[in-house]
Design a protein around this ligand. Sequence first.
Ligand code: NDP
Length: 324
Amino acid sequence: MKAIVIRQTGGPEVMAVTEVPMPEPKPGEVLVRVRGSGVNFIDIYLREGRYKADLPFINGQEGAGVVAEVGRGVTEFKPGDPVAWSSVLGSYAEYAVVPAEALVKVPKDLDLRVAAAVMLQGMTAHYLAHSTYKLNVGDTALVHAAAGGVGLLLTQMAAQAGTRVIATVSTAEKEKLAREAGATHVIRYTEEDFEAETRRLTGGQGVDVVYDSVGKTTFEKSLRCLRRRGTLVLYGGSSGAVPPFDLVELSKLGSLFVTRPRLHDYVATRDELMWRAGEVLDAVQGGRLKVRMEHSYPLAEAAQAHRDLEARKTTGKLLLEIGE
Ligand code: NDP
């Protein structure tokens, strides 16, 4: 089968299509014929070596497809079932072996490409909005990179919770998308000072929560956008990692809370995964959550998908379309 195998970490050019042996499911595992694989920022971190994985590895950790074969002991799935998963490496390939406990069934009639596109970013937006900080009616949230993959989904979920969303984006096109997703105010943070603007929009009070996936270039200012005892959720570093930070600053800025969550810890049990994935996939199928498919690429163009995502050019979701 064909797969994007990373033999050494580096730039997008280390991702070429390679012919590899067909994997076989071990006990408790399922072999899936992949229909689509989502492209996520975490795939870039792994490709670069910023996050570590044992070499060689097949990149990609989000997909959907059809069960081809089940390993011994698997009773929940059978060949032909439409399934999806995230947080398991190996989705940039024609076939992937996934532990049964990481798989969820895709509702009938939901396009597998859409399921592949929403698992990782959708469940991330879900835990950010419902669990890391539980958004409520009347809260005000600052959402950075609101027209990105996670950003558009998080903005929709926050707006549906009755939260006032102040969004940051870099371009006019992204501003339009953030507004359509439900943002009340949009700040072009490449042109305006988002700290001053957020303070102005909140009458000097600051917001209840900041969702910051940009990291290095936004972190310190994000802290200064919070109300007393507000929460900063640092969930990514698209502009680079946040440098070491003196915790005493949190007390000086109003007894703030900071958390650095990851999806893995919010789908920690089978029940939690089923609940979160179920809510996300149902919302997509029911039309309550819109997934913006920015662009889909054939497997052979995975490197280009990375270049586009890194270049800050994209909005919504990038997908590798694989198989039929
Ligand atoms: P996005 O589609 O959001 O792409 C990243 C966006 O970040 C860009 O479009 C851009 O939006 C903004 N950005 C700001 N500065 C830079 C920069 N220097 N270089 C590149 N982009 C920049 O990506 P994803 O939705 O896939 O992921 C968003 C973030 O969420 C990532 O940091 C990712 O690691 C994190 N993440 C974390 C998870 C977790 O559980 N902790 C799970 C999933 C994702 P603009 O042009 O508007 O500034």
